[in-house]
Design a protein around this ligand. Structure first.
Ligand code: SAH
Length: 233
């Protein structure tokens, strides 16, 4: 038999769940996205936590909002895309970010990946070459209160010497080959993760570690990213 106190406990749990779902209309979709990431093998609890906190729907254009938590890349305009959640999770896991780290990202796009990183690291410097995307992501990140993300408008091919060296570097656009100058801007014991490969050919994700000033390169998984644009001089 249920007594009054048990009834009131059930009622409390029931009504607070309803209130939670109504005040967080994306919560169910977001939880499904996290379940998919776990099914695909993402294990790092900090990465899963960060991705369950960042509202991906705020980084997706209106026309695609209803697909915000599908495991798929989505167009963000100017021929660019916000990466697939699994790829964001996989790259973030491989980057093994620590709370004290200063991170450089090349290819801000929507700002979503930078927001995820911002919950795991000390500061994020992120460079975007398309001026409109740069301004838009700056605005989104500011509105959502990601105050440790600094968006820089310009070419990321040469990295960001002003704040180098970095603990971690992440490329979210694919050069033919990882630029040497970016590896130089990596601290000792630092990690760089990024795709590389020729346009129209198969690209791979690489993990480059600098251990006692030695470079160790590991080929991870096949991927498809937009090319890293090399501005003509
Ligand atoms: N990280 C993004 C997705 C990136 S898509 C997100 O979370 O939404 C790749 C981005 O890299 C595009 O916005 C593209 O404009 C940018 N890009 C391409 N070449 C670049 C370069 N040389 N310097 C800086 N950004 C570049």
């Amino acid at each position: 038999m249920l007594n009054f106190s048990m009834y009131s406990k059930f009622a409390f749990i029931f009504f607070s769940s309803i209130t939670f779902l109504f005040s967080n209309p994306w919560e169910k979709e977001k939880q499904q996205m996290i379940d998919t990431l776990i099914q695909y093998g993402i294990q790092d609890k900090n990465v899963l936590d960060a991705m369950s906190k960042v509202p991906r729907h705020e980084f997706v254009p209106k026309a695609y909002k209803s697909y915000s938590y599908e495991d798929t890349p989505l167009p963000i305009g100017f021929g660019q895309t916000i990466s697939q959640p699994y790829i964001v999770a996989y790259m973030t896991e491989q980057l093994d970010v620590k709370k004290k780290d200063v991170v450089l990202e090349i290819g801000t796009g929507s700002g979503y990946q930078a927001a995820v990183l911002s919950l795991l690291a000390k500061e994020i410097y992120t460079i975007e070459i398309v001026p409109e995307l740069c301004e838009r992501s700056k605005k989104t990140l500011k509105q959502l209160g990601y105050n440790n993300v600094f968006v820089i408008c310009g070419d990321g091919y040469k990295g960001y010497p002003d704040k180098a060296p970095f603990d971690r570097i992440l490329l979210t656009a694919a050069p033919e080959k990882i630029p040497e100058i970016l590896i130089q801007q990596l601290k000792d014991n630092g990690i760089l993760v990024g795709p590389a490969g020729k346009i129209q050919e198969l690209q791979y994700l690489y993990k480059i570690q600098k251990i006692n000033h030695k470079i160790i390169e590991k080929k991870l998984i096949p991927v498809r990213f937009v090319p890293m644009v090399k501005p003509s001089k």
